[in-house]
Ligand binder design. Structure first.
Ligand SMILES: [Cu+2]
Length: 180
């Protein structure tokens, strides 16, 4: 049993109201401590895994300090039950939300996915430019091409997974930045 993945089960459904801030701090601390988990035993075929979930092809858009950025990845649920990405956090940004970019009358609009992001059993959910993304707001430092960013994902069933994502320059992701 891998304690990285077992945290979610012990904590139940943690990211709720009054306990939310404290839990997120705990998740961050655990996520950082668990950094080795994502690159060690849990890495299978280039994907990071926790429970029945596998995350691959992750990257983050380069952006300047105090600005916004977005993280992208492929989440695959090989388990028998649906799961849900509830929250994410990184030491590199003051605030992190799950967003979906939608086109409305030719204008890109970002919609906060307050209920999180469902990953149905036996399916793959793609976070990619112009669609779903993990929004990183108020960056505490420049995110430069070639750097690595730690991103902790909190799933309802599978628990917590910390990814090391490469930072890349990209023009394709501009509509996910919320810059008018
Ligand atoms: Cu966004």
């Amino acid at each position: 049993m891998n304690w990285c993945g077992s945290w979610g089960a012990r904590g139940g459904r943690p990211a709720l109201l009054t306990a939310r801030a404290a839990v997120l701090v705990a998740v961050l601390a655990m996520g950082l401590a668990a950094g080795a988990c994502s690159g060690g035993d849990d890495e299978v075929g280039g994907a990071d895994t926790v429970g029945g979930l596998a995350v691959s092809d992750g990257w983050v858009r380069a952006a300047p300090a105090a600005g916004n950025s977005a993280a992208y990845m492929i989440i695959r649920n090989d388990g028998p039950a649906p799961d849900r990405l509830l929250a994410a956090l990184t030491p590199a940004a003051a605030r992190v939300e799950i967003h979906r970019t939608e086109m409305e009358g030719g204008v890109a609009r970002m919609v906060h996915q307050a209920e999180g992001l469902e990953v149905p059993a036996g399916s793959t959910v793609a976070l990619e430019p112009g669609g779903l993304h993990v929004m990183l707001m108020d960056l505490v430092a420049d995110l430069e091409d070639g750097q690595t960013l730690l991103l902790t994902l909190q799933f309802e069933q599978a628990g917590v997974m910390t990814l090391e994502l490469p930072v890349r320059r990209s023009d394709a992701a501009y509509m996910d930045m919320g810059s008018g």
